[in-house]
Write a protein that binds this ligand. Structure first.
Ligand SMILES: NC(=O)c1ccc[n+]([C@@H]2O[C@H](COP(=O)([O-])OP(=O)(O)OC[C@H]3O[C@@H](n4cnc5c(N)ncnc54)[C@H](O)[C@@H]3O)[C@@H](O)[C@H]2O)c1
Length: 268
C-alpha cells in the first residue's frame, strides 16, 4: 500500500535511539525526509546517517524538547532546510530520570522535582514542539501530529504517578487540539506503548538479570508477560509502524484517537 509519504517532512523528537529511531527509519523507508532530534547529538547524527542511506534527506538537531527556546531554534533550522513541516511525532518522553539515578517510587515518596522532570519532558515537550509547528501547518492546511504516550497514561501505573499523569494529560490535550485543528486538515492522534524492548530497556533488563540470577529473572519475566495477552513485549518497530500509519493520509479520517500498541495490555 502506498502511504503517500514520499517527500513529506517529518520531525521525530527523541529519535537518536529507541522507538523514535525506528520511527525515523520507517518514515525514511517510505521516502519521507526526516529531522532527527535528540539531546544527544552523536546518536542523532548516527540515526540521520542511517536515514540518508535509505535515500532521503535527514537533519540531526540537538535540542531538549523541554526547552522552548531550543525547540524554536530547531523549528527555524528545519524551515531553513525544508521550508515546511508536514509531520511531527512527539516521541521524546521518559517516566523516570534514569541519568539522575532515580527509579520508580511510590507517589508518597516522590518530590516536586520528580514531577517537574516528568511534566517538563512529557507534557511541556509536547506543548513546545506542537506550538512551534502548528502555525505553519495551519498556513499550509496540512499536518499530522502523533503523540507517543504510554498505557500508564490510560490505565495508571503504580509507582509512576507523575508519568501516568503527564501521559494522560497529553490524551486530554490532543482531544481538545484535534477539535480545534481538524478544519485545517490537521490530524492529532496518539500511539500508546506498553513495555517495549528498546536499547535502554534491554540494557537495564540485562543488569537486572545479572543481579537476580537466571532462575529468578525467568520467573519475573513469566509473571510480567502474563498481563500481555499476546505474551511478548513490544519491539520498537511495532510502535513505529503505527506512528507511520498515523503520519500518513491512509489514516486521514482518524483524529483525536489513542491507539494502544501493547499486545493487549490495556483494552480501553
Ligand atoms: N520503551 C518503553 O518501554 C516505553 C513504554 C511506554 C511508553 N514509552 C514512550 O515511548 C517514547 C519513546 O521511548 P523510548 O523508550 O524509545 O525512549 P528512550 O528513553 O530510549 O529515549 C530515546 C531518546 O530520547 C532522548 N531524549 C531524552 N530526553 C530528551 C529531551 N528532553 N529532548 C529530546 N530528546 C530526549 C534520549 O537521549 C534518547 O536518545 C517515550 O515517550 C516513552 O515515554 C516507552
Amino acid at each position: 500500500m502506498d502511504l503517500f509519504l514520499k517527500g513529506k517532512v517529518a520531525i521525530v523528537t527523541g529519535s537518536g535511539l529507541g522507538i523514535g529511531r525506528v520511527s525515523v527509519l520507517t518514515l525514511a523507508a517510505e521516502g519521507a525526509n526526516v529531522v532527527v532530534n535528540d539531546i544527544n547529538q552523536s546518536v542523532a547524527e548516527k540515526t540521520a546517517e542511517e536515514a540518508r542511506a535509505l535515500g532521503v534527506k535527514a537533519l540531526a538537531i540537538k535540542a531538549g524538547v523541554d526547552n522552548q527556546d531550543e525547540v524554536n531554534d530547531l523549528y527555524k533550522k528545519v524551515i531553513e532546510e525544508f521550508g515546511r513541516v508536514d509531520i511531527l511525532i512527539n516521541n521524546a518522553g521518559r517516566g523516570v530520570h534514569w541519568e539522575a539515578g532515580k527509579t520508580p517510587r511510590p507517589f508518597y515518596e516522590t518530590e516536586k522535582e520528580d514531577w517537574d522532570y516528568t511534566v517538563n519532558l512529557c507534557l511541556y515537550g509536547v506543548f513546545n514542539c506542537t506550538r512551534a509547528v502548528l502555525p505553519g501547518m495551519i498556513k499550509n492546511q496540512y499536518g499530522k501530529i502523533v503523540n507517543m504516550i504510554s498505557d500508564a497514561g490510560r490505565t495508571g501505573e503504580a509507582f509512576m504517578a507523575a508519568y501516568s499523569a503527564a501521559k494522560g494529560g497529553i490524551v486530554a490535550f490532543q482531544k481538545a487540539l484535534a477539535r480545534e485543528v481538524g478544519k485545517f486538515n490537521i490530524n492529532v492522534n496518539a500511539v500508546s506503548a506498553g513495555a517495549t524492548d528498546t536499547e535502554r530497556i534491554l540494557a537495564s533488563r540485562e543488569k537486572l538479570k545479572n543481579k537476580m540470577g537466571d532462575e529468578d529473572f525467568k520467573k519475573r519475566m513469566e509473571a510480567m508477560l502474563k498481563v500481555y495477552p499476546i505474551r511478548r513485549l513490544g519491539e520498537p518497530i511495532d510502535l513505529a509502524r503505527m506512528c507511520v500509519f498515523l503520519s500518513s493520509d491512509v489514516s486521514r479520517h482518524i483524529t483525536g484517537q489513542t491507539i494502544s500498541v501493547s499486545g493487549g495490555f490495556s483494552m480501553v
